[in-house]
Each structure stands twice: as C-alpha cells, then as structure tokens.
Design a protein around this ligand. Sequence first.
Ligand SMILES: Cc1ncc(COP(=O)(O)O)c(C=O)c1O
Length: 396
Amino acid sequence: MSQRVEARAPTIDVARAREETPGCANVIHFNNAGASLMPRPVLETVLDHLRLESSIGAYEAAEHEEPALERVYDSVAALLGARREEIAVVENSTRAWDMAFYGLRFAPGDRILTSAAEYVSNYISFLQVARRTGAVIDVVPSEPSGQVSVEALERAIDSRVKLISLTYVPTNGGLVNPASAVGAVARRARVPYILDACQAVGQIPIDVSEIGCDILAATGRKFLRGPRAVGFLYVRRAFLENIEPPFLDVHAAAWVARDRYEMRPDARRFENFETNAATKLGLGKAVEYALGWGIEAIQDRVRGLAAALRERLARLPGVTVRDIGAEKCAIVTFTVDGRDPEAIKSALAGKRINVTVTEAPATRLDMEARGLKSMVRASVHYYNTEDEIDRFCAAL
Ligand SMILES: Cc1ncc(COP(=O)(O)O)c(C=O)c1O
C-alpha cells in the first residue's frame, strides 16, 4: 500500500529570519499590522539607492537602476498572480484605492455594497461620493462569526448595485473576510469588485484570478515588510478601460496635441511622475524576500503564533480576546478590564514591546456593533517567537 504524503508548506527558519532582521535585537515587535521590521536586504536596497542618488544624481540614479525599477512590477505581479501591466506603484494603499475608486462613475440611486469591516478612509470616500452623486451605501450584514455574509450579499444584488467593496483583513482584528466567495458573487452579478488587501498581502497568499476582484489595493510596510510610503494597485486588464483616473499627469498620459491627451494603456496611468525610487526598489525587494520564504509558509507560521497568543491571553485574568471571524490571521486584539488600551500600550513600550491601539473610528461599523471604543492590537510576524509571546504575556 502506498503511503500518502501530505503536501505541507515549508517551515520558516526563524533563526535566520531573526538574524536578518536587525530590529529583533532591540524590541518585541508586535505591531506588524502597523509596520513590520524591515529585513536587512530591504533596508540595504533602500539605503544603497539613496547613496547612489547622492553620489551621481537622483534622476541619473533612477536611469541607472531602470531594469531593477522595472522588475518591481514583475515582483508585485508575481505576488498577486497578475500581469505587470496591471500594476501601479503609488504612495500607499489609500492612494492606490482612491485612484481606482474615484475613477468609477456613480449616478443617483446607484448602490455601493460594503461590509462591517470596511476601513475608515474607504468609508469616508463612499460618503463623499454618495453626497456628490446621490449614490447610496448599503452595508451587507455579517454572519454570527463576524465575517461578511455571502448569502446576504447575494440577496442584496440588484441592477442598481454598481460596486462591491470588501476589506479582506480589517484594521481592527484577526478577521479574514471570504474574499473569493465575494468575488464569485461579483462575477456572477457582473458587478465591479474592489478589494482592500492592505492588511492581507504578505500574510495571506493572493491570486487575483482566483479571488475574482477587478481592483486590489495594498501597502508595502505591513506584512510585506517593505519601507513606508509605498503601496500598489492592481487593476484587471479588461477593467482598465472602465476607470478614468481622477488625476492625470505627464507620466499617466501624453499631451499629444494642443487639445488632446492620451492615457497610458497600462495601470501606470494611476501613478504620477514624481516617485521615491528608493522605496519603490525597497518594495520590490520586500516582495522578493517574502516570496523567498513562501507566503504559505508565512501564513502557517503567523497563524500558529497568533493562535498561541490568543490562547495565552485568554488565560490571563481580566483579559478578553476580541477577534472575530471563522478564519483568523496574524492580528490579535484584546481588552483588559478596567485598563485603558493606551495606558497598556505605553506601559508595554516602556518594556520595549510594541503594540498599537485600534479605536472605534477606524472601523466604526464593526466597533459600534460590538460596543467597543478601543482595543489593544498585537500583530505578529514570522520572525516573532513563542518566547516573545511568553514575555509579552508576563509583561501584561
Ligand atoms: C484595512 C486597511 N486599509 C487601508 C489602510 C491604509 O493603508 P495606507 O496607510 O498604506 O494608506 C489601512 C491602514 O492601516 C488598513 O488597515
């Protein structure tokens, strides 16, 4: 009888990961959903480019590094299962999301479907566009588990629905929304689907064809471990023609006659001319570095660590773990009876432990529904250890 071999993601060499992460020597960093510690190869890529700029000139350095800058698009495309012409590299996730969202057209009565986990900036944009155009925002109910109800979404579809928006992983907890099931509904209904994957990239394997989104926005500094102030946008090739970027410049379009411009044919029409080449190269390196570990291996490791952290926190008196969802990720949220989350954050900072506080206005729909004002957010990465979890719980 032949033995069945389980296909398993390779495991992470934690010692190497820590050795390549200088910050591990200084802090217990549980603020990876804020910004992860950069690994040395990413840091060196950014610094090398800044040095090159200062030694030969910034435009000249960009020309010199042109092939490497072009490879950033291949790397991001590989991360998402996309094509390079479907990728734009911009300042952050918000700007990536905005450049697509504000390019969509809405008329009075058009419906935007969203869910309880929607991120503050996206929702503010819905409110602004609703005020300007007469479109309406409909929040699809959640299941008892806390994830968006795909059945309720299906029931909400009608001819007035012009956009489905989903936040894959919210800013305020470990919930992983069913992005692919939502994509299947969007595809059947032929409704555009925008996915905020800001907190998901780098910790969850992503394949845009499998998810079925038309637009995806994400950032470099969180679970991808890139530098700050660089993010990216994916727009499905066939969907590009449906969006006119809200801003165009000399990079996004060509001024071909006195009265005429022509937009770039690819997703770089959502970019602008002036960009930080150092952080862009850093993003590319961060993506390659993450792919080098394997996103499945990363996912395995961070889910294990987060589950261990939740389990140990739940045993501490007065601590309530607040994560919801049928599927959970690297983000762990909790409250402590009678203690202000900000005070907990500062006390931990005094012990060189980094966490952050997530407040109601960042995910108002969900936080109000659960009667929460703020929570401590501890988010782990693959370079964190069980020992750090023990020290964290002891400090708490
Ligand atoms: C779900 C979600 N979307 C978007 C953003 C915004 O990302 P950025 O700061 O890169 O614009 C965040 C930031 O925390 C987030 O948590």
